[in-house]
Design a binder for this molecule. Sequence first.
Ligand SMILES: Nc1ncnc2c1ncn2[C@@H]1O[C@H](COP(=O)(O)OP(=O)(O)OP(=O)(O)O)[C@@H](O)[C@H]1O
Length: 364
Amino acid sequence: MNWDDTETDMDDDLTQAELTHLQRLTDADADGDDRAVEAALRPKTLDEVIGQVRVRDQLGLVLEAARRRGRAPDHVLLSGPPGLGKTTLAMIIAAEMSTPLRLTSGPAITHAGDLAAILSGLNEGDVLFVDEIHRMSRPAEEMLYMAMEDFRVDVVIGKGPGATAIPLEIPSFTLVGATTRAGLLPGPLRDRFGFTAHLEFYEAHELDRIVHRSAGLLDVHLTAEGSSEIASRSRGTPRIANRLLRRVRDYAQVRADGVLTLPVAKAALEMFEVDESGLDRLDRGVLDALCRRFGGGPVGISTLAVAVGEERETVEEVAEPFLVRSGLLARTPRGRVATPAAWRHLGLTPPAVPTVDSTLFDEV
Ligand SMILES: Nc1ncnc2c1ncn2[C@@H]1O[C@H](COP(=O)(O)OP(=O)(O)OP(=O)(O)O)[C@@H](O)[C@H]1O
């Protein structure tokens, strides 16, 4: 398998839910230019990374120690919601170790043979980035255990009693795994990572710095108020901050004098249906269904997804984390419930008897 095949397989393996999910996250309205811009905005070194201070410090130490020993660094697991910088960090790890980055993704590795082909194509010290590592097939996962620990794999030739396992030595490499669902990773795989980092949502002041940095790189003029308006509506996520910046820039170019001021940012974000709290159409749709159709819940996630015409995964992975974090939705053992703040956000009066029993606020 060559790397181009890997890319193709990745697309072929995407379900409609994932495509929707990816389009929402990687910018539904992105044209080729937008994607090139997104790549250009990625920090290239650890020093350029804004926020994630603890992860940056720890990773910096791990890489520096590996450099001094002249060895490939330990395997790294990066977990956290989409758009927080996992791919960026993987690229930085390779760059800081002055080594090439090989990219693939869990869904592209459907057979152990796919993985064997990838591993045997690596050179000493390469960094292999496996995005969505929790979605790799079980046989490939088991092959990876051995590769990570012993830098060898057993390639099985034939089937049934006549099958033979041929041991294959592979060069020492660093695996960087990324996952939005660390909980779905089997223990034996998780334990083989020498360094695990969980990326947190960004604070508004960090997003503000990210918007300023990106605006500088894009040669866009923005005021402090314009920048903080974009930052405050970016849901703690750099990718969204950069995307909103590009849309506000478009608006400023076409409907204003090109400068991103507070009124320009407000008008543009209203046009793109991103409200003051950073909620978009899907988020509001979920809250609306929950309050108006289901009386505030509890309601199962699948029912809720059908009600908003989206896939369960999209609601669960894209809308829900932000709604929970914003205190608008709670996950209870009996289903999702709207908090009083959710009713108020929609301009509705919360029911007199709260639908939310705070003793049920455990995650399900
Ligand atoms: N700490 C940061 N400082 C500045 N910009 C950042 C930072 N983290 C991410 N970005 C920007 O956000 C964008 C998205 O980051 P990235 O693609 O690395 O996220 P991700 O976690 O890999 O997302 P996904 O899981 O959806 O692939 C990048 O283009 C980058 O410009």
